[in-house]
Design a protein around this ligand. Sequence first.
Ligand code: MN
Length: 235
Amino acid sequence: MDLKTTSTTPNKGCSKNKDMSLEKYKKKRIFDTTPEPTGGVASDSELLFVIQKHAASRLHYDFRLEMNGVLKSWAIPKGPSTDPTVKHLAMMVEDHPYDYKDFEGIIPEGNYGAGTVIIWDAGTYEPLEKTKSKKEAEKLLINQLNLGSLKFSLHGKKLKGEFALVKTTGYGDNQWLLIKHRDKYASPTDITKKNKSVVSGITLEKMAADPAALKWKSKPKRAKKSSKLMHRNTP
Ligand code: MN
């Protein structure tokens, strides 16, 4: 990160930080060949989370928490668990743009993360401490993130209640654990058995075979109407 870089474009609030935080994301992708989003503007009211089930070279779940206008992201190979005795590895990855919360479909062959994506769960989240505003909540969460111990409450369709993301030591810089706290939503039942998208209602397998999603692959530029299966954002 080069802090000396000056920008000629006017910046409001944290938009410059946001651009810098998405640098890695943008470097990895060619937006003419992938339907993935490039940006987005967060709402003023609530903090969102999304979990995408992603059949890339290896199946994993992408856990994303909105913070300061972008989505902080972790790849969880085994997916989330609602069992407080289970700690699943969560690899922190590059920040994703806010609009990624709406993305499901197919990332065509040859692109970074090529494979099928469904929105496995989505909703709002909040820190465990009471805060007066979204801004205050984000400040608190960023602080926890920097300290390597995030605690929050999810209000999703599948995941509810308190969770923690805790950075582990000794395994490199990006390894965290996702842990369910003991509350009324804790359960030993495997939540990943619920395998349908909370948006389109279809499974990853069905999405992979869905002709509407595949159409983008052959004629990307002509996909004018954006359906929920084919989100395409042009800058
Ligand atoms: Mn992924």
